[in-house]
Every structure is written in C-alpha cells, then in structure tokens.
Design a protein around this ligand. Structure first.
Ligand code: DC
Length: 234
C-alpha cells in the first residue's frame, strides 16, 4: 500500500474542503476533512449537556469519542462522506449553528487537539491521503511531500459562502453577518496559542481570489505532477 499525504490548510470558507475532495477523487487518495472531528467533539459535548467552555469536561468527551467517517460516493443527499458520532449519523448536524458557535472554543483546547492529532496521524498511516484543516502541514503531518495553503480575502470568502447557502436571496444583511463570522473565526483560528492557523514554511501558497474551483484544482494537480507524487487511479 502506498503511503503519502497531501496537506491542505487555510481559513474558513477558503474552498479547501471542496477542492480537497475533488483533488482526492482525481488522484485516487482518501480524503479527510479534519474540521469535522472538532465539530464532532463539539456536538458530542453539547448533546451530553456539557458547557463548551468547561475545558476539562470537553477533554473527557474528546478522549472517549466514538468517531467514524466513511466515504459516500453518489449518496442521494449529496454528501461526500458519512460521519458517525457515538454511533449516530451526525453528518448534517455537525454544520448546525450551535456547533458553529462553539467549535472555535473547543478546538482551542490543547488536550482536545492532542487527541485529534493522534487520530489524524493514525488515519494517514498506511494510506494515500488528502488531509484538510488548519494545522495539517504545520503540526499533524509536517513531513508531507506536498503542503498547500489556500488563501483569499475575507470578502471573497464571505461571498462564496453566501453563494453556497442561498444562491437566490442575496441580501446585504446576510452578507455582513457571514463576513463578520468569517473575520471572527479567522481571528480566533490564527491567534490561538496552540497550533494557530498559518502556512508551513515550505507550503505552496495558492491565492484563490481570482481563481475558479477548477483553476485551484488544476494548480494542485500541477503541483502533484511537479513533485512526482503517485497518481493512483491513472
Ligand atoms: O473547517 P471547519 O470550519 O469545519 O472547522 C471547524 C473548526 O475547527 C474551526 O473553528 C477550526 C477548527 N479546526 C482546527 O482547529 N484544526 C483543524 N485541523 C481543523 C479545524
């Protein structure tokens, strides 16, 4: 079995999950969006009636988390994978607003991160993986042969997120809210003490502001070719 990893990091709504998934499909690698793991700890904490600000209690939840992720090609509701949290399908619940509100706090706890990083390394072990997150190239898999960092202005990311959510009802109030949330999350993710969001020193930085998703994918595929990484479904 071929073990190799491509890491993709970047801020909220930088498109890393969408293009990361497409890249994995294109070259036959397994895909892991590590954001869902921090979301799973947050959801499991909320479901257990735990205050997400109670660090010690959240750490216990992280340490006993029963987490599973399975690829789903061609699922009728459009999902790319199914996430099981403590035995229950939580794929869509992980995106709810309670989780959105609390996941930054939960992901700032060092012991939660330690546990997630351990699971992420285990996942990469023995596979060809595209792993997406905030600290994958810097902390989780610093020896990966290709590390990518996606960036785009907060305004452009907010506009894209708007497009995802409501292609129809574009209105300024919604846009301002989405933009404010993206800026809030950028600040928390990049200023936290443990594993802050930043590009690895040797990351390939792709500014996606002026690129279509296909353009970003092409830039990544060019990098795969340049570094002579194995393409498994060629
Ligand atoms: O990518 P996302 O929006 O699903 O991530 C959810 C949260 O988890 C976000 O606040 C950042 C955090 N996160 C992290 O700290 N480290 C990762 N490797 C992935 C996500």
């Amino acid at each position: 079995m071929i073990e190799t990893t491509i890491t993709i990091d970047g801020p909220a709504a930088s498109g890393k999950t969408t293009v990361g998934y497409e890249l994995a499909q294109a070259i036959g690698y397994v895909f892991l969006d590590t954001g869902v793991m921090y979301r799973a700890v947050t959801l499991a904490s909320l479901n257990a009636g735990i205050d997400p600000n109670d660090e010690a209690a959240v750490v216990k939840i992280a340490e006993s988390l029963d987490f599973d992720i399975q690829p789903e090609v061609g699922h009728e509701d459009g999902r790319h994978y199914t996430v099981m949290v403590n035995g229950i399908d939580a794929t869509w619940e992980l995106r709810n607003s309670d989780v959105n509100q609390n996941v930054s706090a939960v992901s700032s706890y060092p012991q939660v991160r330690e546990e997630m990083v351990r699971l992420q390394r285990e996942f990469a072990d023995g596979h060809a993986t595209v792993m997406v997150g905030r600290d994958i190239g810097t902390v989780v898999l610093p020896d990966a042969p290709l590390k990518i960092y996606l960036e785009a202005t907060a305004e452009i990311r907010a506009r894209r997120r708007m497009g995802d959510h409501l292609q129809r009802n574009y209105n300024t109030v919604e846009f301002e809210k989405i933009l404010a949330d993206i800026i809030r999350r950028d600040n928390i993710d990049s200023s936290r003490e443990h594993s802050p969001l930043k590009p690895a020193d040797d990351a390939l930085i792709i500014d996606t502001s002026q690129l279509t998703p296909d353009g970003v994918l092409q830039a990544m595929l060019d990098a795969v070719t340049e570094r002579q990484l194995p393409v498994l479904n060629a």
